[in-house]
Write a new protein. Sequence first.
Length: 148
Amino acid sequence: PDGVWKIYLPVLLVSVLVMGAARSVERRQRGQAIFIGAIVALGASNVLMAFGGGQAIALIGALIVFFSAFNILEASLPSLVSKAAPAEAKGTALGVYSSLQFLGIFAGGAAGGWLNQHAGSGGVFAFTIVLALLWLIGAVALRPARAS
């Protein structure tokens, strides 16, 4: 539709501002809290879209939360990989990360399409909420990475 940009552009701009604020908090040694908070926000945005997506205000709020979390995670994950890898393996670790990221984009798109076809959008949201919960459990169990 012609007017989508009128929603998408402000949502994206607000999410970039939220990411900037989160990055300034992260510099004060709150990186793990920001990371875990972004995972929680990602799951919460899917819950909002699943149950409130029919209402414009709920959908816009869910999109702001989603893109804020997505932008934070998109910036944080390669940094975490780089911090966790030994100095001599940083390039390899980031190459593997990038390859798996693109494999995940393919697999996620294929799984989402299959789920949408067989279980509808509710099935897609249920799956993404479960994935966010599993990711949250794994993230809480991790120790913060140190710079090497």
